[in-house]
Write a protein that binds this ligand. Sequence first.
Ligand SMILES: *Cc1c(COP(=O)(O)O)cnc(C)c1O
Length: 420
Amino acid sequence: MKSEDLYKESKKYLPGGVNSPVRAYKPYPFFVDKGKGSKIYDVDGNEYIDYCLAYGPLVLGHSHERIVENISEAIKKGTTYGAPSEKEIILAKEVINRVPCADMVRFVNSGTEATMSAIRLARGYTSRNKIVKFEGAYHGAHDYCLVKSGSGAATLPDSLGIPEDTTKNTLSVPFNDEEAIKQLIKNEGNNIACIIMEVVMGNIGCIQAKKGYLEFLRKITEENNILLIFDEVITGFRIAKGGAQEYYNIKPDLVTFGKIIGGGFPMGALAGKKEIMEMIAPSGSVYQAGTFNGNPISVIAGITTLNLLDNKFYKKINEKGDYLRSNIKNIIEDLDLNLNPVGLGSMFQIYFNPNEVLDYSDAKNSDSEKFFLYFKELLKNNVFIPPSQFECNFISIKHSKEDLDFTSDSIEQSLKKVFK
Ligand SMILES: *Cc1c(COP(=O)(O)O)cnc(C)c1O
């Protein structure tokens, strides 16, 4: 069956025809046959250079040889145990060695579980109930954080089924706005358990903190005994060996991981200071548990991945990012378009917006309808990016110079078509 028919069929059995909302777009999404390296192939016979990369995990590209090899071996020894195994220690040590704030780790199954557990831990540790998040930041699909969160939720700022009793404790403020935080802490400081943030806002495009903003947040949270949680589900192991906290040289109290840490398999983690982490059950009284926590297959894929991500790797992948971003910048200038290319490391996006984008409301001012046309043109030109202005595009180590040049060409053709 072709994608169009599969989608029709799928809608009968799966709500909206997909298992996560961003995957559905009009008139129908392509259905995947396979992925290999920098490419993804659909059932209709098309090949695309992939910059969605499963929304972040595939920093090594699809189906990396080493992961396939190690997983195939590991799977013969069982797929899950419900008892500890040594591999979990190896991965924990790897995370702790790389990540400045990490003394101890708890492995969970997704980014959602990681942030949910980190927030519970922050509340348990501080004996405070309120949490602060930034407008447009996405921390997974759980009740605490689905308030003004990015991605699909940018147009649906809330969800049915979440009690107001839950979200009344979730305070949202604009990103990059020192006054907003000062005011909030002045009024509510003694009730705030944590500020949770995406250091680079990757679920509303790609927004970086203004110079000095992270330092400001670190200082004001410390002064008010509020925990600072970096949600590094995207940035962790992507923008530097130790993630965004290494890249920007700011140490949070807790950090959450997902996406890359499972090497393409489902996994998440929270990590942080020993004193805080030891409050997690069974050593402490903050409950956290999971049948598949520390799943041996995910853990082996994670170890295999992190072992490949050394300094040379980051130099190489970031150079790819610099190269593509500079091509994009030149294309936009040559075509004399009022667009705003952004990104860092192996992350990039084009805001269809003439102005600088510093927060959620700036991002929402972008022309997302034109962006969607651009997305569809790119598909016709054999390049796959996430179908939304409010996602980030990713590069893998498997993207060759040839891929990047082909992509630059496709971007140029697509922008010409959209803005003709
Ligand atoms: C993807 C994402 C999550 C949620 O992770 P899942 O594994 O999809 O549950 C949380 N935080 C950020 C910053 C993310 O990008």
